[in-house]
Design a binder for this molecule. Sequence first.
Ligand code: RAT
Ligand code: ZN
Length: 423
Amino acid sequence: MTQITNREQLTAAVNAAIRKQKITDMHTHLYSPNFGELLLWGVDELLTYHYLVAEVMRWSDIPVEDFWKLSKQEQASLIWQKLFIEHSPISEACRGVLTTLQGFGLDIASRNLDEYRKYFSRFDSYSQVDRVLQLSNVDHVVMTNDPFDDRERPIWLSGTKPDPRFHAALRIDPLLNDYANTKHRLREWGYHVDDAWTQKSVDEVRRFLKDWIGRMNPVYMAVSLPYDFQYPDDSDRSRIITDCILPISRETGVPFALMIGVNRRVHPALGDAGDSVGKASIKPLEYMLSRYPENRFITTFLSRENQHELCVLGRKFRNLLIFGCWWFMNNPVIINEITRMRTELLGLSIVPQHSDARVLDQLIYKWSHSKEIIANVLIDKYNDILRTGWVIETAEIERDVADLFRNNFWRFVGRNDMVKYGE
Ligand code: RAT
Ligand code: ZN
């Protein structure tokens, strides 16, 4: 056991522990490679990430409708030209593309997009998954699996199982955010929900959830919720949560993840790039945590303004796991601030980050950027206790890092078989 007594040793030990630690990425939009075209990868996908579509619109005068008529390659070329060549690519999303290409060993100074395209054209998705997981040091990836998605649904129905490194998360946005339309789809699929919210509707929605839990074996059920989310209230959403989601979550042991604070389609023509953020109320979550102590909840908020009260709430309820810096929060300045605040209020009982990657290769930058910040936060926090005379063992740092990047998640979702310390 090596004892650490000064900041220099500490910096080396924290950096080494984080470098070695295999990561479980608990929320992504990636797919197992046997899901075919649903898994996105390559430089054109990196460049057309919706975070960059939003940014290119600020420099380009192309009408939005015309942008969508371009081929993927043409869109990527336009984004490259506007955001990388005509202006320096210093935004987090632009920098991410460069970090990713650098991770593959490509010549960033060349600025040669065609060369980058050529590089990716040599691979297939299976080998690319192995390469990217190795480069990013991620060994488990949680997907976002939507049974209402017409491209994804048939894949599950065909009995396909994901690669064991990829885990399902049952995403139920259409059920909770658009039940008026969703109930017709449920009926098409043989779930006999009534028009009104009757016991039969309750039973059928529960049956639907159980069928999909059986099919996907998800690590959690998840929903993204608007900033004006209220609970309980007189809405289909509240009724479904109370009568179906919470009881099924308790019965099956699959926690319920709430991602709160979206302001959807503020600029609808931009598609995913047109969503925004709003400050939400913490009260619905507080109500659920206290009213349903037997349920386990996982949460992240989109607005910076909600982060402090969320940490305070986390101190009151152990049935809450707080995770990640979500979407507009996934920027260095905010990751730094939020991770500091979380560790000060909640110690090491959090999951500091997830990638939200939509393109496989993004795992490289999302994790390398975040790890650098989290390492600096940990160094400062350990150093503060060293200054009191407390002595830290290297093994204790490795334990803490394993908890943050892997074990806190698996333990919370009841998968103790996945909890692992050391190599
Ligand atoms: O971060 C994103 O890419 C968003 O578009 C959303 O997908 C968000 O992360 C979500 O899971 O709803
Ligand atoms: Zn997401």
